[in-house]
Design a protein. Structure first.
Length: 420
């Protein structure tokens, strides 16, 4: 089976969802499938092309047996809306030509965001007469509206019309959480068209490790009770609550908050820490991928956040890496959110609603001296991850979905596409 995968980010050394896409493609190749990936030059999150790459018109390379085609896009470090839309739009356009260069596939899998990429996937599906799956990582434009990234009502309405068009014309809408399924149903997507395949972590790659490790040594964290946030620092992360909790715990010199990552909201959070003179908060840049397990192991508790506005349009995938590392989760998320449900059902941590920094501080103080409780929470998370959210299990689900679509005749696939 020749699979054409279209995703804006694809690089083994990346820190974003590109890691999962890279793992999916590599695993499908190992299972005997042929993979062509149409992507752009890796530049997330700083808006600068990674060393060793260039933002050329057309580039080819082979990574782990995967045929990778990179096409040009507008890349800028600016976090303003227009440059970001230009980045998404130019890649979505040039990806169409990358798809033509890849040759006829048996099935197309395109990732959203960026949502306009779906138009290129749809056109390629029509040209090649093959089925097309729209993979939803974040609900767009819902997530962008919730984050305040897009505010113009006319632009928002255009994106909603595009979203409706794409849901109608794809053969499958693959989503990462049950809350996304419910949202799809509200958007009148037929249930038969929706596939739920969760985000995963690789328990073979991310393993429980010693807490007092080299990461702690290099960052003067030996003997500290470390509260770790590692990931994108965006507007939906609601890390203000964590910083306010840090202020409340300033008197305890053994507690240290460590925030690792980049994003549009990082500078304002750093300014807040400087203003309040919070010495118990450390900001660090993204760490190399090969140090990721060590980074997660250095935590006593790891933080996952989701604000009220984004509760139904985003699902932080970092929770699964934390579970794989056998560390307890401190979730800051709305009651009833899927993030809260996972933490509760897996018994792998504590959930605190947004806007309650005092409660966050109380939870940290309560658990600080309970090593056995923390260890059990971490163990519970690891067990749940292995049973429900492992790499092998989720790649199995992708392979099954894609293979089932290729059993349809081209005529049937085209008829289904037109009927919807």
């Amino acid at each position: 089976m020749h699979i054409l995968l279209m995703a804006q980010c694809y690089a083994p050394e990346d820190v974003s969802a590109a890691v999962l896409i890279t793992e999916l493609a590599a695993d499908l190749v190992k299972r005997g499938h042929r993979l062509s990936v149409v992507t752009g030059a890796p530049s997330y999150p700083l808006g600068r092309v990674f060393d060793g790459y260039r933002n050329g018109i057309f580039e080819r390379e082979i990574i782990d047996g995967v045929n990778v085609i990179r096409t040009w896009s507008y890349i800028s470090p600016s976090k303003r809306m227009l440059p970001r839309l230009l980045h998404y739009g130019t890649y979505s356009l040039t990806a169409f030509f990358g798809g033509l260069a890849a040759g006829r596939p048996d099935v197309i899998l395109s990732f959203s965001p960026p949502l306009p990429l779906g138009l290129s996937a749809w056109l390629l599906g029509l040209i090649y007469q093959v089925p097309w799956v729209l993979q939803i990582e974040d609900l767009f434009p819902d997530a962008a509206v919730a984050a305040g990234v897009i505010k113009d009502s006319k632009i928002i309405q255009c994106f909603y019309q595009l979203e409706k068009f794409l849901y109608r014309h794809c053969q499958r809408v693959s989503v990462i959480s049950q809350s996304f399924v419910e949202t799809m149903l509200k958007k009148q997507v037929p249930r038969s068209k929706i596939e739920l395949i969760p985000v995963w972590a690789d328990p073979e790659e991310i393993r429980p490790m010693c807490k007092e490790n080299n990461f702690r040594h290099l960052n003067q964290l030996e003997g500290k009770f470390v509260i770790l946030y590692a990931g994108n620092i965006g507007f939906t992360s609601c890390l203000e609550d964590l910083l306010h909790a840090a202020q409340l715990l300033q008197g305890d010199s053994h507690i240290q908050f460590v925030i690792v990552g980049e994003g549009v909201h990082k500078s304002s959070l750093q300014a807040e820490v400087e203003k309040t003179k919070s010495t118990n908060v450390t900001f660090l840049p993204y760490q190399p991928r090969e140090k990721f397990s060590e980074l997660l192991a250095a935590a006593d508790m790891s933080v996952v956040t989701l604000n009220n506005a984004a509760a139904l349009s985003s699902m932080p995938s970092k929770i699964f890496n934390i579970m794989a590392s056998a560390r307890p989760v401190l979730a800051i998320s709305p009651p009833g959110s899927e993030l809260m449900q996972i933490v509760t059902q897996a018994r792998c941590g504590i959930n605190v609603p947004p806007g309650l920094p005092g409660e966050i501080a109380s939870v940290i103080l309560r658990l600080k001296g309970q090593a056995k409780v923390l260890a059990q929470l971490g163990k519970n998370g690891r067990t749940c991850l292995e049973k429900k959210y492992s790499r092998v299990r989720c790649v199995d689900a992708f392979e099954k979905m894609l293979s089932s679509l290729t059993t349809q005749s081209p005529q049937l696939a085209t008829t289904e596409r037109r009927s919807r």
